[in-house]
Write a protein of this length. Structure first.
Length: 131
């Protein structure tokens, strides 16, 4: 075996190792990008829900705010586990009580929304972690 055969074999190994390293780095970059994109979509749902809770908790919910929240609920079906989607649908049903409740019940339901705020952030925290 000549020295050129040895150099050829070694260069093949070196280039193969470099190609493997670069492919792994591209895969890691793609995975991180996907996580960041998912975070941005989930965070949008989180912010719309937060705005919805705040507006319905103060009794200042507008039709536009309700529509934005409903859009976020639909998106949540594809971005979060079923329990989060079901939770958001229940929030929407509960806020319907706020809009239709008599004055004494309205205050009670508004208080429930404010009480829900702490639990709301805990439910979402796990799904908003990027790394």
């Amino acid at each position: 075996m000549e020295w050129t055969d040895i150099v050829t074999a070694l260069s093949t190994l070196v280039f193969g190792g470099a190609a493997t390293y670069l492919a792994r780095q591209q895969w890691l970059t793609s995975e991180r990008t996907t996580k960041i994109d998912l975070f941005e979509l989930r965070y949008g749902v989180f912010l719309e829900t937060l705005a919805y809770l705040s507006a319905s908790g103060t009794g200042q919910l507008t039709a536009e705010g309700r529509n934005k929240f409903l859009d976020a609920v639909v998106k949540s079906r594809f971005l979060f586990p079923k329990k989060i989607h079901d939770y958001l649908e229940q929030l929407h049903k509960d806020s319907a009580l706020v809009r239709t409740a008599l004055t004494p019940d309205k205050a009670r339901v508004i208080q429930l929304h404010w009480d829900e705020y702490g639990e709301f952030t805990q439910r979402f925290t796990k799904y908003l972690e990027v790394y």
